[in-house]
Design a protein around this ligand. Structure first.
Ligand SMILES: C[S@@+](CC[C@H](N)C(=O)[O-])C[C@H]1O[C@@H](n2cnc3c(N)ncnc32)[C@H](O)[C@@H]1O
Length: 420
C-alpha cells in the first residue's frame, strides 16, 4: 500500500477550507502553546535556523485563534475520527474548555500525560516534565485499537495466569470451577495502555532530530496513530512543523496531509519524508530499570555518606555532595578480586576530565595490594572500608601475643591510607 502524502504552506485555517467534510480520520495538532516566546533552533550543521512565533496579545486572542481552527477540524473529521490536541501547562486550561465547546463534553476520551525525564534547571518551583494531549472523538463510534503494555515487575504470576471474577461483595477474586480448581484466563495481552505515556524526549544526538524547535518524537506519534487509525486512513497535522506526524504516518502506512505557515518547515518536512528516520528508544525497549546500573553493593558500602550515586560509569560509583575547594569529589569502591592499583587507575581515569582535584578510593579486598597504594597518583586518597578496618584490627589483635589492645592503637597500613 502506498501512503499518500500532501504538504501545504499556509495558514491552516485557509488550507483546511479546501478539505472536504468528513474525510479525515485523525487530526493531531501541536500548535503554538501560548509560551509567549519566539522559538528558535539551528540544524545539525548550524547553517540553517528554524523559528516560529508564539507571542500573543492576550489569552482571549490565543483562544480565538484556536477556536476558529477547531471548528473547521470538527467539520472535516469523519464520524469515526478523533482529534489529539497537544499542549502544555501554559494552555491546558484554555484548550480543554475550547475542545468541550466544539466537540462536546461527552466526546472527551482521555487526557494523556506525556511524561519524560529532563535535566534539571535552577528555576524556582517544580521542574516541568510532562505535556498534555487531549483526545476527543467526533462521535461515540470513534476508532480505537486497544494497545497493551507489559505487566509491572510487581505483578505476580497468579495475577497474570488466573482468571478473575467478582464475589458477592463485588470484590475481585480468582475464579474457580465447581471442583474448586482455579480457572486459567484466556490469552493475556498485557496491561491496557494507560493515559500516562513515558516516552523519552529526543536526545540531542538522536538521528531523528532535525533541529526544529519543539520537534516531537516519532514514537509519540506512532502511538497516537496506531491507537486511533487503520492502515490507509488519512491523518492531518495542521501545524506540522518539521513533519514528525507525516513521517510517522508514512512509516505506519497511513496517508497524511501536513500544513504549516512556514516555508522552511514544509521544506524540512519534505526532506524528512524523502529519507524517513525513526530513532528507536533503547529506554523504551529495555525499560527504565535497565538504566539503573549503579553498583548496589558499592553504594551500600558508602552508606552513611552524603553522596550522589553515578549510573553507567565503570570508574566512579558516586560523587560526594560536598566539594573540595569547589571541585567535585568522585568516590569508588574497590571490587572484590580487583587490585588496588586497577581500582585506583579506573577512578583516576574516569575523574580527570571531571575537574576533580582529589578522588576517594575505598578498599575492600584484603591483601590486594594495599602495600602499593603509594604507586597511585597523589590525588587518589585510599580509605579503608569499615569492614576492612574491623578485620584488620582483629587480625592484629589475634596476632598480638599479649592479647591486650593498645589504647592508642591505629591501623595505618601505608602513608596515604586512611581508616574508615
Ligand atoms: C510546535 S510547532 C510544531 C512542531 C511539530 N510538531 C514537530 O514535531 O516538528 C508549531 C508549528 O505551527 C506553525 N504555525 C503557527 N501558526 C500557524 C498557522 N496559522 N497555520 C499553520 N501553521 C502554523 C509554526 O510555524 C510551527 O511550525
Amino acid at each position: 500500500m502506498q501512503a499518500e502524502m500532501e504538504l501545504h504552506v499556509g495558514d491552516c485555517l485557509n488550507v483546511m477550507k479546501g478539505i472536504p467534510t468528513g474525510t479525515v480520520d485523525l487530526v493531531y495538532l501541536d500548535p503554538p502553546f501560548f509560551t509567549q516566546r519566539v522559538h528558535v533552533l539551528g540544524n545539525r550543521t548550524r547553517d540553517l535556523e528554524f523559528s516560529f512565533n508564539d507571542l500573543w496579545r492576550s489569552h482571549s486572542d490565543y483562544a480565538d485563534f484556536i477556536h476558529t481552527r477547531l471548528k473547521d477540524i470538527h467539520r472535516i473529521l469523519h464520524k469515526t475520527g478523533s482529534i489529539f490536541f497537544h499542549c502544555d501547562r501554559n494552555a491546558t486550561h484554555i484548550v480543554r474548555f475550547l475542545l468541550e465547546d466544539v466537540f462536546g463534553e461527552d466526546m472527551f476520551q482521555s487526557e494523556i500525560i506525556w511524561h519524560y525525564l529532563r535535566w534539571s534547571n535552577s528555576k524556582r518551583g517544580l521542574l516541568p516534565s510532562h505535556q498534555t494531549i487531549y483526545w476527543f472523538s467526533k462521535t461515540r463510534q470513534f476508532k480505537h485499537n486497544p494497545q497493551f503494555t507489559e505487566y509491572s515487575p510487581s505483578t505476580n504470576v497468579d495475577q497474570i495466569l488466573q482468571k478473575r471474577c467478582r464475589d458477592q461483595h463485588n470484590k475481585a477474586i480468582y475464579a474457580t470451577d465447581l471442583n474448586g480448581d482455579v480457572i486459567l484466563s484466556a490469552e493475556k495481552k498485557g496491561v491496557p495502555l494507560s493515559d500516562v505515556w513515558d516516552i523519552p524526549f529526543l536526545n540531542p544526538k538522536a538521528r531523528e532530530r532535525v533541529g526544529y524547535p519543539t520537534q516531537k518524537p516519532i514514537l509519540l506519534l506512532d502511538r497516537i496513530i496506531q491507537l486511533a487509525t487503520e492502515p490507509g486512513d488519512l491523518v492531518l497535522d495542521p501545524f506540522c512543523g518539521s513533519g514528525t506526524t507525516l513521517v510517522s504516518a508514512y512509516l505506519n502506512k497511513r496517508c497524511a496531509i501536513g500544513i504549516d505557515i512556514s516555508n522552511d518547515a514544509i521544506a524540512l518536512s519534505r526532506q524528512r519524508l524523502d529519507a524517513p528516520i525513526r530513532t528507536d528508544s533503547a529506554l523504551l525497549n529495555k525499560g527504565r530499570g535497565s538504566y539503573i546500573q549503579v553498583d548496589q553493593k558499592a553504594v551500600a558500602i558508602l552508606h552513611g555518606l552524603d553522596i550522589i550515586p553515578v549510573h553507567r560509569n565503570s570508574g566512579i560509583d558516586a560523587f560526594l555532595k560536598e566539594t573540595f575547594d569547589g571541585t567535585p569529589i568522585p568516590i569508588r569502591v574497590q571490587r572484590q578480586n580487583e587490585s588496588l592499583l586497577d581500582a585506583g587507575r579506573a577512578l583516576y581515569d574516569a575523574s580527570c576530565d571531571k575537574g576533580a582535584r582529589i578522588m576517594m578510593l575505598v578498599t575492600v579486598g584484603e591483601g590486594l595490594g594495599l602495600d602499593v597504594a603509594y604507586l597511585l597518583p597523589a590525588q587518589v586518597i585510599v580509605v579503608n572500608s569499615t569492614a576492612n578496618a574491623v578485620k584488620s584490627a582483629l587480625k592484629k589483635l589475634t596476632d598480638c601475643t599479649s592479647k591486650t589492645p593498645d589504647p592508642a592503637y591505629t591501623d595505618t597500613i601505608s602513608s596515604n591510607v586512611v581508616n574508615a
